[in-house]
Design a protein around this ligand. Structure first.
Ligand SMILES: Cc1ncc(COP(=O)(O)O)c(C=O)c1O
Length: 378
């Protein structure tokens, strides 16, 4: 199998698996207890929190809230910050992941003002447009992703934060860094946001665990109510192994970001160049300069994406169209609509995403395999 769907999820890094092993075995305590068995688990969670805080450049470990994944981190950010201050509106971009877009819609159903800011033809959000919407709403929750999961566009989050701070000084800014964290600097320093979401399984960690960076002083109403773990911000017994595995994966990813960009970027570049040159009538959706190094989104003119995905699968190639986080059925994506793509063109697009196991040789052989499948279809 050639796995070209790392934006959907990634294989676990061996370092993450090894770090988790004790917590799936002998160190099984509930970190909320007081006896020695619990304390060992609690120490692991708190050490992971310190390391995650250092990796993200947080001022304090307690600015890290562990969650059950990226979706939960996004809900806690948007709904949690929205509910914490009555009456606040919300500003999002038109290409947010459903975890953010549906959270904003939920606030809309509670009577909050929701503004959706459009993007340009490559999926970039204009900082001025976000700032203008934020200024009009008073001091809303603003959520703009660090990079898009479908087309890979990197957003100018630092500029957006600066523009929003000027127009709406009390606004709370969130950025969903779930796709970007494996290859971009998503630290507090780099993004400047008040809230930042990360998911373990997109960077070589386990599924079902994530974190939300919460700037000290930002109030959040919890989404999950219960025993008061995570200073009351996220109740529920910690997934100790998951948290430890996530931080081990983050450590490996973030300490080798340059290596990843070189290796995986080379895989993506040779793949894209080969497919485009050898096949012709292949259109690159977003220029490489504004796109994640691991992302490739292509339109195969005249070829139905769903048919192509089935043929690719039969040839042992795993790729995606639309958003893999949704039902499995391919719908015209809101992201492609937002960049102004017609439905026919959108139905001819496939996403290929590379990850930590890949290198240039993998990219070249993946390209040969994809070219062969497309040639049989033509
Ligand atoms: C940008 C983005 N945000 C959020 C999520 C949801 O994360 P999780 O799968 O951990 O719930 C995803 C997953 O595809 C994503 O790509």
């Amino acid at each position: 199998m050639r796995y070209l769907d790392h934006a959907a999820t990634t294989p676990m890094r061996p370092a993450a698996r090894e770090a988790m092993a004790p917590y799936l075995g002998t160190v099984f305590g509930n970190p909320s207890g007081i006896h020695a068995v619990s304390r060992r688990a609690k120490n692991a969670v708190e050490e992971a929190r310190e390391r995650a805080a250092a990796l993200l450049g947080a001022a304090k470990p307690l600015e890290i809230v562990f969650t059950g994944g990226g979706t939960e981190a996004d809900n806690l950010a948007v709904v949690g910050a929205g509910i914490a201050r009555s009456g606040r509106g919300v500003v999002i971009s038109a290409i947010e992941h459903a975890a953010v877009a549906e959270s904003a819609r939920f606030l809309g159903r509670l009577g909050r003002d929701v503004r959706v800011v459009g993007v340009d033809a490559v999926g970039r959000v204009a900082p001025d447009a976000v700032a203008e919407a934020a200024g009009e709403l008073g001091d809303p929750i603003v959520s703009v992703m660090t990079a898009n999961n479908e087309i890979g566009t990197i957003e100018p989050v630092a500029e957006i934060v600066a523009a929003v701070r000027e127009a709406a000084p009390e606004a709370i800014v969130h950025s969903d860094a779930v796709q970007a964290a494996v290859s971009e600097d998503v630290s507090v320093r780099a993004l400047g946001a008040d809230l930042i979401s990360v998911a373990a399984h997109k960077l070589g960690g386990p599924k079902g665990v994530g974190l939300l960076y919460v700037r000290d002083g930002v109030e959040l109403e919890p989404v999950l109510h219960g025993g008061g773990q995570e200073l009351g911000r996220r109740s529920g017994t910690h997934d100790v192994a998951g948290i430890v595995g996530m931080v081990a994966a983050m450590e490996e990813a973030m300490s080798d970001r340059d290596g990843f960009r070189r290796r995986v970027g080379a895989a993506r570049d040779i793949f894209e160049r080969t497919v485009v040159d050898r096949l012709g009538e292949v259109v690159v959706t977003v220029p490489a300069e504004v796109r994640l190094v691991q992302h490739c989104h292509l339109r195969f003119v005249g070829i139905d994406a769903e048919t192509l995905l089935v043929k690719l699968d039969m040839a042992g190639i795993a790729a995606a169209a639309g958003s893999a986080c949704q039902s499995g059925a391919i719908e015209t994506s809101h992201v492609l609509r937002a960049i102004g793509m017609e439905a026919t063109a959108a139905g001819e697009c496939v996403r290929f995403t590379f990850g930590w196991p890949d290198d240039e040789a993998a990219g070249r052989s993946a390209a040969d395999a994809v070219v062969a499948v497309v040639e049989t279809l033509r």
